[in-house]
Unconditional design. Structure first.
Length: 218
């Protein structure tokens, strides 16, 4: 039994980020104008959606909502740390607002996780005193391996070997809330993909395409 559980746990830790097609990237034609006035970028908690038609047995809607929110904050934190490490190496022309400050400002304005999509990007930028904001969305067929999901996966044998994940990153400007950059990618990975592994793999794909990246010196 220990060997079986160990094998399942190993699968849950695996992630293969390899979409069926390359990422779709949109960049505003006048992005260089935005770049000159963007100094501080805030990162919002990710909006996560789990396909309600593919929930494991005994995995309730309430459990799914809790798992979505947990992953949303985990991805925000993981992506911030990876952007911060690259920014400290001098790779980017912008600074990233500490996500603890971002979330504190949202809480101060009584904005709950479930209300983030009810506000315009312009309103959120102004609320966070940021020049632009990064928002992200994740659609996955099955729950990620959060503590609750892992327990159910091991207990009921609910997990399959694959889990299609759609990941989108968007950047909106402060003034009019204009969309200035968007990265959209479909990934395939194990059902138990963690936020850490997903963020790590996402950064590998995004890092060279991130619009605030400093040009290499000749």
């Amino acid at each position: 039994m220990k060997h079986i559980i160990g094998g399942v746990a190993g699968v849950l830790l695996c992630l293969v980020l390899g979409g069926c097609a390359g990422p779709s990237i949109y960049t505003a034609q006048n992005f260089e104008e935005y770049r000159t006035v963007h100094h501080t970028i805030a990162i919002l908690p990710f909006q996560v959606s789990i396909d309600p038609k593919k929930l494991p047995k005994d995995f309730t809607t309430e459990m799914a909502e809790k798992a979505e929110m947990e992953e949303g904050y985990n991805m925000q934190q993981e992506l911030y740390m990876r952007f911060l490490m690259r920014q400290q190496k001098g790779e980017y022309t912008v600074d990233f607002q500490d996500v603890d400050k971002t979330n504190a400002l949202l809480a101060k304005s009584n904005i709950a996780y479930q209300q983030l999509d009810e506000l315009s990007k312009e309103e959120l930028c102004q609320m966070l005193s940021a020049d632009a904001i990064i928002s992200g969305s994740i659609y996955r067929e099955r729950p990620m391996s959060t503590g609750l999901a892992v327990g159910l996966g091991l207990l009921f044998g609910a997990w399959g070997s694959t889990n299609k994940v759609n990941v989108t990153l968007s950047i909106h400007d402060r003034q009019q809330g204009d969309l200035v950059w968007k990265y959209d990618h479909e990934a395939s990975g194990s059902v138990g993909s963690s936020s850490e592994k997903l963020a790590e793999s996402l950064m590998k794909n995004v890092s060279k395409k991130f619009p605030y990246r400093k040009p290499k010196q000749e």
